[in-house]
Write a protein that binds this ligand. Sequence first.
Ligand code: NAD
Length: 511
Amino acid sequence: MTTMNDMTINTAISYDLPPAFSGRHLIDGEWVRSAETFERVSPSHGTVVSVSAQGGAAETEAAIVAARAAFDSGVWSRISGKDRAAVLLKVADLIEANVERIAIQETLETGKPISQARGEVGGAADLWRYAASLARSTHGDSHNTLGPDMLGVVVKEPIGVVSIITPWNFPFWILSQKLPFALAAGCTVVVKPSEVTPSSTVMMGELLVEAGLPAGVCNIVLGYGRPVGSLMSTHGDVDMVTFTGSTAVGKLITEASAGTLKKVALELGGKNPQVIFPDADLENAADAVTFGVYFNVGQCCNSSSRIIVHEDIAEAFVARVVELSRKVKFGDPLDDSTQVGAIVTAEHNAKIDGYVQAAAKAGAKVELGGGALAVAGLGSQFYQPTVISNVTPDMPIAREEVFGPVLTVLTFKTFEEAVALTNDSDYGLSAGVWSNDIHTCLAFSRRAHAGTVWTNTWMDGYPELAFGGVKQSGQGREIGRYGFDEFLEVKSLVMRVGRDSRAPWVDDGAQ
Ligand code: NAD
């Protein structure tokens, strides 16, 4: 560990990297290669860490046909919730038995710290167990108040074939926010991981096969947005697309799916504020702000990329965040103690820097960082912890998703002003409020336009609690019972029971 520019940097450790992972498609229970392949170069280590089959229209078509046939056969969609739960629980156990192997590959492809990757992979098992509980406990309604000879039953049925399209920032975790819930509902699926991070999804496929999931129920196609993702969004045999990724691609998917009117669930970007009132526990708030902005190098839909802090405490609060920022351990993701790793691609590193330089040019003050970071032994695809004050709400850095370790500071005088700044955004994923006054916290929580509001904490999540956004942060919900319900259709069974005492509609003179 060294300190550079007053920051804490973990230099390269010595480590024997595993051989490059070889990724294949999983189609109708078979592992399939393609004539073409694509490579992933580790953002931190600069070496090829996976070589994957590159799917095209033919592989995607085959996967969708397999998912359709498996769904229609009833081999999964019509078996009992108990039997579906048994497979999901087995997958959860297998995930726990394979954490280290999956986490290392996840770290090498994403650049995230190994301790975090272990937490995400191991933690995903709980999502599978929760989904297993839903497989057995879901039910509809009965209506016994429709009259003496009528009974109504509303049943829930799996929606059908689901396309699952995932991003690169939390490949295994986001897959586990979708896949076990779709499977618990009885759906069959086609999954496309990001071309940047394909391998942990293939590893998941291996676990599904080992757990005994019938062939064709989960199909995986590796490749790019076009043609794989786009065909998954337009194909007539697909009933629903669930997508996590950028708002721009979310809009393309909505357009593409319109031709077949399939259901679309979207988890998109955010520009999430933490609002700090002067009566808050400022030490806890500063720690949570530091965590919120640097977690996953800020490449996180839930990044608290802007703080809105009361002007009376702004200077001292920012000084404390800067002080804490210098102590966060940036550097080699394979070092157990590293907290913040590499930036996903060189182009993205340049994009982050573009926002920072433009803000500085427009009059913002760079309190800390503000440039790419070279880590001894690993190269320069890292970015410094960066704090920027004197930001005005109209600057792109205050409005757009920077997706880097960059905190922007806005200030407020009144409660109303804090609410207005919070809601002055195209996004509405999450927001946070810090105050020791429960009335302030509740009033803020009710007024914030966001899918999640955290009070005196940041980014806590539970499988039981729905997650998703409003405005351009998405539509639909994920996880929790609400997220599970997205994969279900509702059907009403309307039944006349007992002797039919109605007068006939046609008077044929018989009575
Ligand atoms: P991205 O939109 O570039 O790609 C996401 C996926 O879409 C990839 O698998 C990609 O191959 C695929 N894709 C690209 N073009 C497509 C097309 N035309 N049709 C179908 N699929 C296509 O996103 P990314 O860069 O991988 O991830 C970062 C983004 O994801 C950020 O905006 C972030 O906020 C968002 N995100 C949101 C959440 C959430 O839950 N709200 C969680 C994580 C990430």
